[in-house]
Design a protein around this ligand. Sequence first.
Ligand code: SF4
Length: 385
Amino acid sequence: MVDLGIPQIPLSLAPRRVSRQLRLGHDDRAVLVGGGAPVSVQSMTTTVTADVNATLQQIAELTASGCQIVRVAVPSADDAEALPEIARKSQIPVIADIHFQPRYVFAAIDAGCAAVRVNPGNIKEFDDKVGEIAKAAADAQVPIRIGVNAGSLDKRLLAKHGSATPDALVESALWECSLFEEHGFRDIKISVKHHDPVVMIAAYRKLAAACDYPLHLGVTEAGPAFQGTVKSAVAFGALLAEGIGDTIRVSLSAPPAEEAKVGIAILESLALRERRLEIVSCPSCGRAQVDVYKLADEVAAGLDGLEVPLRVAVMGCVVNGPGEAREADLGVASGNGKGQIFVKGKVVATVPESKIVETLIEEAMRLAEEAVEQGLTGKPEVITA
Ligand code: SF4
């Protein structure tokens, strides 16, 4: 057995909150959400949904990036008409995102979408339509996400609370749930999104304590890639560490595949998903005897696409280098323009700085092949930097 050095779920993470389980989809593409299912990563297309080819192309890119559920916007009749083909051809479950027009909810259910997201704050006469929607969704076994958003909170609640407070967001969500519950419908997941992680965390904590519906985590309008990644990682990290959250969507002003990658990285960081390539590299300092930034970038690029979990240490000097390199599956501790290469805690070679990257990649490939022989995961593949 190859010991890949991947940790078990740390004891400091709280147990997952107990939630109802939903099934998104009816065939082998289905994804379970809640009820102990692994936390899933989702994103949303940015194409015009009516442009079926462009939308399916983006869904294929998202699927390749590891995204497990995709949401498409349905603002027009043309978009609604495109749903059957998109739902049929997508490799992952498709959720229709409906604002304003209840009739598109029925179109999405008829189209074979895996779920429908409704925004109770802006669906016209939504409360009057809940009975019909609940019946159609129950008949087709299509879950509904009640997606409350700070920017489109129900005006009645905005007036009552003065702003989109955690209480206002939660009250809106639970009110809409109660309308569905009156019709016996409970295949619901909920989101209460806010752009401020502090408000968002408080809202989800309250919601988690008040119901057993699975929760879709999101910091809405989180910002450009850097800011949005930080906000999402902080907010999701706080909640997931408390066991709260069943599916996540990182919202970035960046291509959707980037959202999926960040979501996956957040789950890997919390050991809620098997870690793949993990580079343990030092920040460098005045003691560094090699160019650590360049080395770390080249090793990361050279091992991009590796399908096995691997921890690789890239360290700049002998202070912490040997210790970290020894603890990793593979590592280099640098000094005097040379690198000591460690594999599974043992020094296997000392090479000049110019050979460090290629030696690490060779050793990584060897370890990956061993792991594949052990049946641990798919075939190793390296993209040359
Ligand atoms: S490993 Fe060495 S070079 Fe890197 S940060 Fe630590 S002391 Fe500095």
